[in-house]
Design a protein around this ligand. Structure first.
Ligand SMILES: Nc1ncnc2c1ncn2[C@@H]1O[C@@H]2COP(=O)(O)O[C@H]2[C@H]1O
Length: 166
């Protein structure tokens, strides 16, 4: 994902310090699986370095995630298991901060204002991701239109050339 922004942008400094204090650094080697499709996720992840690929069960690549991306937020919000897998893509190790969901949910109970800020930050993050998906689909549609126009122009040129030939 290009230009991803930390969900942290919508959180206060105190929220961030709390997340850093309860988070654990996790490092994955290229090829290691962070999230397996169909299996519940216990943590929310903030990618701090390296790359991850989001894959369908047949291996098709859906998206690439980098520094600044959040992983595991969909099943956190929806409360059901993920439909995709997320795998460290290399070439270097992928690093992230892993925050146990239970701790986040406990803090929601203790501090409802934190819950409001956190869900708003997640909503902005997901909206941004959807905007990027729309931009990618638009670019792909344009490229298909350009290819079609190019093919038609070549075919026309070939037709005219063969008519005017010896
Ligand atoms: N289309 C997508 N673009 C970017 N990230 C995705 C996409 N689909 C799934 N993910 C990420 O992959 C994660 C799989 O676990 P979750 O469903 O909890 O949360 C998901 C997101 O963090």
């Amino acid at each position: 994902m290009q230009n991803a922004r930390y969900i942290a942008a919508g959180l206060s400094d105190a929220d961030m310090l709390w997340l850093l204090s309860v988070g654990k650094l996790r490092v994955l080697r290229p090829g290691e699986t962070l999230v397996a499709s169909g299996k519940p996720v216990a943590d929310l992840f903030f990618v701090t370095d390296g790359r991850l690929e989001v894959r369908l069960d047949d291996g098709t690549r859906v998206a690439e995630l980098h520094h600044g991306d959040v992983v595991g937020e969909m099943s956190f919000v929806e409360r059901h298991s993920p439909l995709v897998s997320v795998v460290a893509a290399g070439p270097k190790p992928t690093e992230m901060l892993a925050i146990p969901r239970k701790l986040i949910l406990d803090r929601f109970e203790q501090e409802p204002v934190f819950a409001a800020r956190f869900y708003r930050a997640l909503a902005v993050f997901l909206s941004e991701r959807l905007r990027e998906t729309t931009a990618a689909v638009r670019a792909q549609a344009k490229s298909l239109r350009d290819d079609k126009a190019d093919k038609e122009a070549r075919a026309r040129f070939s037709r005219l050339f063969s008519k005017s030939g010896p």
